[in-house]
Design a protein around this ligand. Structure first.
Ligand SMILES: [Cu+2]
Length: 201
């Protein structure tokens, strides 16, 4: 009798414990499916179709990048600091790659198509490694690329009627199937960065 009493007295506690356990398991399952979805289909997160043209006016799409790993950086030629610094660092990596730079893509996609036409991009990129390709297009095409890469870009008007652009300054490493691998670390030495890229050739 006393046993039954003990059981019935503890039953609500056990019930609550089991309910809690089920809740925790459900949360763990939801979280793991969230993460596995992201790693299973990186195309759903960063990267995707784009149709732009390079600094020579040649059309470039995501399909043209298939078969080689590539770096993607969004910016604009009037950028005072972040873009030139990043493009300089990317140039150092391309130099360190030697001949392998011919099998590696490096894209600078403008977030300012209004000012960055192919001619402006060509002039600007003459300061950097010749493997860098500057991409632009009509605002809708550029916007599609910005959205595909989940980039933030916003026009900031200045008092004199001029403007700057606030923008995401992440360099994306994409594999040769066009899938997002990781943000690319330019804080390492060019040689270490080149060695990392060679791993995706
Ligand atoms: Cu910039």
């Amino acid at each position: 009798m006393s046993n039954r009493k003990t059981v019935s007295r503890h039953a609500p506690i056990i019930g609550a414990f089991l309910a809690g356990l089920v809740f925790v398991l459900a949360a763990v399952l939801a979280a793991s499916s969230f993460f596995s979805n992201h790693s299973a289909s990186p195309l759903g997160t960063i990267g995707g179709p784009f149709h732009l043209q390079d600094q020579t006016g040649k059309p470039v799409s995501d399909q043209d990048m298939k078969g080689q790993p590539f770096l993607v950086f969004f910016g604009y030629t009037h950028c005072p600091d972040v873009c030139p610094t990043t493009l300089f660092d990317m140039s150092e990596v391309l130099r360190a790659l030697g001949n392998d730079a011919d099998r590696t893509g490096a894209l600078f996609i403008t977030v300012d198509p209004e000012r960055d036409n192919p001619a402006v991009l060509k002039e600007y990129l003459s300061n950097f490694d010749p493997h860098l390709r500057g991409l632009t297009g009509d605002p809708a095409a550029v916007d599609a690329a910005i959205k595909a890469y989940r980039v933030y870009a916003k026009k900031i008007p200045l008092k004199d009627g001029d403007y700057t652009m606030d923008h995401t300054a992440v360099v994306y490493l994409m594999d040769k199937d066009g899938r997002f691998v990781a943000p690319f670390n330019l804080k390492q030495t060019p040689e270490a960065a080149a060695a990392q890229l060679r791993g995706y050739l």
